[in-house]
Design a protein around this ligand. Structure first.
Ligand code: GDP
Ligand code: ADP
Length: 199
């Protein structure tokens, strides 16, 4: 890393240019990761949210290039083969991945990057970027998780069942991450994430 000379009040110091941090937000589907992430980004627009690629069908109201890049399976496989993904995983029958180049570019320019990803991808990032700060979001209970997924009314019955089937295994892995935050009261959970990132 190149060093930078900075002069202040006549004194010259050598500074390391800062490299941005990598933050992982993970937890079971329906726990509220997306909602927490949107609020976090509203409060802190300086954070860079990595937009994932996915082969999942677009939901009503989702915007291509904002919520996800919706791509075909063959395009996804091509990105994997070319090493264009920082991590990727199959979840509930679809592929999801983090585009590598944008994330690395933002980190090297000093910006903090936030990934909202599922368990297998979060494990890959922890293995390849041990400095990443990882936060696992827990539901207050499995019943409440199911209620949230069903109330969201965005997925087919089959997709809901698949998501709930993964939830137990995901929750059992919560201890692998740096921090566990229960998303019961929304504001409390959001404040805990903020405290972890900014204090
Ligand atoms: N590994 C990985 N998981 C992702 C990525 N993008 C999203 N996910 C996760 O994939 C899971 C399913 O996402 P989605 O289909 O949007 O469903 P939802 O979380 O139930 O709204 C969630 O746990 C997301 O956090 C990614 O780039 N990589
Ligand atoms: N603390 C909370 N209390 C009650 N409902 C919540 C809370 N946080 C999120 N939700 C609701 O739960 C549902 C799932 O949230 P979402 O952000 O889509 O989850 P995820 O991205 O983890 O799949 C949404 O309808 C959201 O409004």
């Amino acid at each position: 890393m190149m060093q930078v000379l900075s002069t202040k009040n006549g004194a010259t110091t050598i500074k390391e240019p800062s490299v941005g941090r990598l933050i992982i937000l993970t937890g079971p589907s329906g726990v509220g990761k997306g909602t927490l992430m949107r609020s976090l980004l509203q409060r802190h627009p300086e954070l860079y949210y990595s937009i994932s690629v996915t082969t999942r069908p677009q939901r009503p109201g989702e915007i291509d290039g904002k919520d996800y890049y919706f791509i075909s399976r063959s395009k996804f496989e091509q990105m994997v083969d070319r090493g264009e993904l920082l991590e990727w995983a199959e979840f509930a029958g679809n592929y999801y991945g983090t585009p590598r180049e944008a994330v690395l570019k933002q980190i090297s320019s000093g910006r903090t990057v936030v990934l909202e990803i599922e368990l297998k991808g979060a494990r890959q990032i922890r293995a390849s970027y041990p400095c990443a700060i990882s936060i696992f979001i827990l539901p207050p209970s499995l019943n409440e998780l199911e209620r949230r997924i069903r109330n969201r009314a965005q997925d087919s019955m089959e997709a809901i069942t698949r998501r709930l089937r993964c939830a137990g295994e995901e929750i059992n892995a919560a201890h692998e991450f740096d921090l566990q935050i229960v998303n019961d009261d929304f504001e409390t959970a959001l404040n805990s994430i903020e405290a972890a990132l900014f204090t």
